[in-house]
Ligand binder design. Structure first.
Ligand code: GAR
Length: 206
C-alpha cells in the first residue's frame, strides 16, 4: 500500500513532532511518511528536529506574510510542492480559516492538551490550558486528538487519554506530564489511524 504523505505544522519546541518522527522510525507510523514540516515561527526548535531527521522544513509566518490569505496561500503551495495528503497540527499556534480547513475534510488532526470539551476553544493553548485546569481545581485532565474544522477544537474526537493532577503541580509540571503520559502516545496512534484510512481509500479508488 502507498504511504500517506504527511505534513506536520509546528510553532515551538516540537516535542510532538519528535514523537511522530520517532514513531515513524520505529515502524509505528507505518501507513504514513512525514514529508514536510511547516513552522509558523522562524526560530522554532521544531525546525532543528526536522533537519536532524532529514525532513524538508519551511517557515510560513502569518506576521511576515502580512495577511491570513497570503499565509494560507503559502501553506497550500508548500503542501502542494510536497504532495501532502494529510496534515498534523503539533503545537501549531496559528488559526486556519474555514476556507483552508474545508479543503482537507477529516484530513487535518490536532493535539490539544486537555480533555475536550474542557479547557478548549479560543484562548486555550499551550500553558494557558494547564493554568486553567489547575485554577479550576480539576483532579483529572489529559489530552485529545481531534479532526480540525473551522471551529477551534470543535472537530470530531479521535482519541483521548486521561492524566491525573498531582499535589504540588505547577502549569509547567502538568504540561510535561500530559505530554509524556498522553500527547506523545495518542498523537502518533491517531496519525497512524488516519494515515491508514487514507491509504486504504486510495487503494480502493484504483
Ligand atoms: C503541546 O502541549 C500541544 O498540545 C499544545 O502546545 C504544546 C506544543 O508542544 N497545543 C495547543 O495548545 C494547541 N491548541 P510541542 O511544540 O513540544 O509539541
Amino acid at each position: 500500500m502507498t504511504k500517506t504523505r504527511i505534513a506536520v505544522f509546528v510553532s515551538g519546541g516540537g516535542t510532538n513532532l519528535q514523537a511522530l518522527l520517532d514513531a515513524e522510525a520505529a515502524g509505528k507510523l507505518h501507513s504514513g511518511r512525514i514529508v514536510l514540516v511547516v513552522s509558523s515561527q522562524p526560530g522554532a526548535y521544531a525546525l532543528t528536529r526536522a533537519e536532524k531527521a532529514g525532513v524538508p522544513a519551511v517557515v510560513c509566518s502569518r506576521k511576515e506574510l502580512g495577511s491570513q490569505a497570503a499565509f494560507e496561500t503559502a501553506l497550500l503551495k508548500a503542501l502542494d510542492q510536497h504532495g501532502a495528503e494529510m496534515i498534523v497540527l503539533a503545537g501549531f499556534m496559528s488559526i486556519l480559516s474555514k476556507d483552508f480547513t474545508d479543503r482537507f475534510p477529516e484530513r487535518i488532526l490536532n493535539v490539544h492538551p486537555a480533555l475536550i470539551p474542557s479547557f478548549c476553544g479560543k484562548g486555550y493553548y499551550g500553558l494557558k490550558v494547564h493554568e486553567a485546569a489547575l485554577a479550576r481545581g480539576v483532579k483529572v485532565t489529559g489530552a485529545t486528538v481531534h479532526f480540525v474544522n473551522e471551529i477551534p477544537d470543535g472537530g470530531r474526537i479521535l482519541l483521548q487519554k486521561p492524566v491525573m493532577i498531582e499535589e504540588g503541580d505547577t502549569p509547567e509540571k502538568l504540561q510535561r506530564r500530559v505530554m509524556e503520559q498522553a500527547e506523545w502516545i495518542i498523537l502518533p496512534q491517531a496519525a497512524e489511524m488516519v494515515a491508514a484510512d487514507i491509504a486504504e481509500r486510495k487503494e480502493h479508488a484504483h
